[in-house]
Write a protein that binds this ligand. Structure first.
Ligand code: MLT
Length: 408
């Protein structure tokens, strides 16, 4: 008799964003005349930058001829893209990496979900609360947790509450943990970490021989000068941190799909008897076994992000979304909402009106203003009473959404 992986049965509801889409579709069906403004999932709305499109098309053009045709590429990514990442993302920040420490992939969602596979099931996990649900759900699926409780917290995970009192930047826990997920600039709260905060985490990871899984998918949106763009700007981080980056939000690749993970050769995990094992070759082994690489035209498109024109055009996209973020943040504050984030990230985290529960506020906004956001509690119990708005909409919609919220 075939057995199911019962760990999947521990998962609470459906994945957050499909659940939101389901509720929107149900509302739209009942109200076909309503024009819904979607500021829920962080999906980009502006088209691909011209330099990216041109390189993408060139890549396809090459594939159309016998000379330029390519079959399987290197699973870890073509050398031209890995080198461009080292040269343009890291060297300007005084971080030296080798190309074989960079693994090109089809997205940070996949990378942050897959990485846990190479670590033992007995590892103790720490996540922020609220948190990007992928980190938790993939560990539940793997069997690294016990059952979930009523509030949605799983046994065996150390939850670090992110609250206004700690500026949504929780300190390392008192007890030792082994695998730590950090995301800065943060999804969903929209705040960035400063250097001092990250130093505490790196120190903690070194003392406890732990590993930090650092999701920096939103680093392009940082505007504060004291917020590191990479965890490797912190001394010692290359021994204890794996970093995830993405072209999705900055260069409009949510549909195109391209991202990368950095696994420095110094990062070690340990056998049961305490022998150190380098993580880079293990991740390489996993990556080559389960992944056949990102397509050549997509990697050409990603590399174009680093051309002079590409850099300028990507900056234009980021600035546009951050202007949306400013409008939302200031517009809501004027309406009397308590708002956070939106300065170093394209997300605004707000307290719901009149202390409503997150899903009640979601329904209220959808039904009365036809505006969709993301209920804070969907990211964890500490998100209850909060709500996330994405700044990735187009300007007209953002302004219309603010007007509608203002009329409530
Ligand atoms: C979000 O809205 O939190 C993101 O779009 C999710 C993702 O990047 O997978």
């Amino acid at each position: 008799m075939i057995k199911i992986n019962e760990h999947y049965l521990k998962l609470k509801a459906g994945y957050l964003f499909p659940e939101i889409a389901r509720r929107c579709a149900a509302f739209q069906e009942g109200h076909p005349e309503a024009s819904i403004i979607r500021l829920g999932i962080g999906d980009v709305t502006l088209p691909l930058p011209g330099a990216v499109v041109e390189a993408f098309q060139d890549g396809v053009g090459e594939m159309a001829g016998a000379k330029g045709f390519r079959g399987y590429g290197p699973e870890q990514g073509y050398g031209f893209l890995r080198q461009a990442i080292v040269d343009h993302e890291y060297r300007p920040r005084n971080v030296e990496l080798d190309c074989d420490e960079v693994f090109v992939s089809d997205g940070s969602k996949c990378d942050t979900g897959n990485i846990q596979e190479i670590f033992g099931l007995e590892n103790r996990l720490a996540v922020c609360d609220p948190v990007y649900p992928v980190y938790v759900d993939t560990n539940v699926m793997a069997g690294r947790t016990g059952p979930g409780d009523e509030s949605g917290r799983y046994q065996g995970i150390v939850y670090l509450a992110c609250t206004p009192e700690n500026n949504f930047r929780p300190a390392p826990p008192q007890k030792p943990v082994d695998l730590i997920y950090l995301c800065y600039p943060n999804n969903p709260t929209g705040v960035a970490a400063d250097k001092a905060h990250l130093c505490k985490w790196v120190e903690y990871a070194r003392e406890n021989r732990a590993i930090i899984l650092y999701d920096a998918a939103y680093e392009a949106f940082i505007t504060s000068s004291d917020a590191p763009h990479s965890i490797y700007e912190i001394p010692g981080a290359k021994e204890v941190a794996i970093e995830f980056r993405s072209y999705s939000k900055s260069a409009g690749f949510t549909g195109v799909r391209c991202a990368f993970a950095v696994v420095p050769k110094q990062v070690k995990a340990y056998t049961a008897s305490g022998e150190p094992v380098a993580v880079n070759p293990i991740w390489n082994r996993r990556h080559c076994t389960k992944f056949n690489g990102v397509s050549y035209p997509v990697q050409r498109a990603a590399a174009a992000v680093y051309s002079e024109a590409g850099k300028q055009q990507v900056r234009g996209l980021v600035d546009y979304y951050m202007e949306n973020a400013r409008l939302i943040r200031e517009g809501l504050a004027e309406l009397g909402y308590t708002v956070y984030g939106g300065v170093d990230a394209p997300y605004i985290w707000l307290k719901t009106a009149k202390g409503m529960a997150s899903w009640a506020f979601f329904d209220h906004l959808l039904e009365t203003a036809h505006v969709v956001g993301t209920p804070g509690v969907g990211f964890g119990p500490a998100g209850e009473g909060f709500f996330r708005l994405s700044a990735f909409g187009d300007r007209e919609n953002v302004q219309a959404a603010l007007e509608r919220i203002g009329r409530l």
